[in-house]
Design a protein around this ligand. Structure first.
Ligand code: NHR
Ligand code: GAR
Length: 204
């Protein structure tokens, strides 16, 4: 049976969406002991682990400890879900082509943090979220699926973030399922899905 591990840092609503979609989440690992998502996972009988970045002086040492925790599960897929630590190139290479992230913007627009505030400040009329393979360059990996939402005249960060998050909860389970079903092909940095599956969604 294929299985996956999810890395979180906080609330864990994307992790919860993966679990509730029936995906085989065998472990949930957080870099923060106070991540609310850990309680949800243990309540569902899922193994949890905490690898605190504060216990390590260097990113390489943190990433090595994280890799040890992950490898205990022998996962086919590792999914970052609101995971807030930038990963070293060595870590990314170890999980190459089986490491996914959900990012709250329509990449390549707004890589990095504070995406909703930046989208509002830029005045974009479409915003959204992206599931991508993780590469050493932050938020630049091959794109699996994107969902677009409108940016409405009176939006603030909170309402816009919630509109995007609802779509994150749709596309991340879809992408993880495609991956575990062996349907994803990366061809020169471009991801295709075998079969007739749309890789975009517009949620007006
Ligand atoms: N690592 C690599 N190498 N490549 C990616 O594409 C990654 C990654 C690690 C995380 C998620 C990403 C996002 O979706 C992600 C993608 C954290 C930061 C960040 O600046 C930026 C982007 C993402 C995650 N983190 C700060 C750091 O110093 C800490 C911020 C904090 O703790 O609040 O690591 O947006
Ligand atoms: C989500 O919107 C996710 O896309 C974003 O943080 C939120 C986490 O929510 N991720 C990042 O910003 C990564 N830097 P969740 O913990 O409820 O899934």
């Amino acid at each position: 049976m294929k299985n996956m591990v999810v890395l979180i840092s906080g609330r864990g609503s994307n992790m919860q969406a993966l679990v509730e979609a029936g995906l085989p989440v065998k472990g949930v690992i957080s870099n923060r002991a106070d991540a609310a998502g850990l309680e949800y996972a243990s309540g569902r009988g899922i193994a949890t682990a905490i690898v605190s970045h504060r216990d390590y002086a260097a990113r390489e040492a943190f990433d090595a400890a994280l890799a040890l925790a992950i490898d205990g599960f022998q996962p086919d897929l590792v999914a970052l879900a609101g995971f807030m630590r930038i990963l070293t190139a060595g870590f990314v290479q170890r999980y190459q082509d089986r490491l996914l992230n959900i990012h709250p913007s329509l990449l390549p627009a707004f890589p990095g943090l504070d995406t909703h505030a930046r989208a509002l400040a830029a005045g974009v009329k479409l915003h959204g979220c992206t599931v991508h393979f993780v590469t050493p360059e932050l938020d630049h990996g091959p794109i699996v699926v994107q969902a677009a939402v409108p940016v409405l005249a009176h939006d603030d960060e909170t309402v816009l973030a919630a509109r995007v998050l609802a779509q994150e909860h749709r596309i991340y389970p879809q992408a993880a399922r495609w991956f575990l079903d062996g349907k994803l092909v990366i061809d020169n940095g471009v991801v295709r899905v075998n079969g007739d599956h749309p890789q975009q969604l517009y949620a007006p």
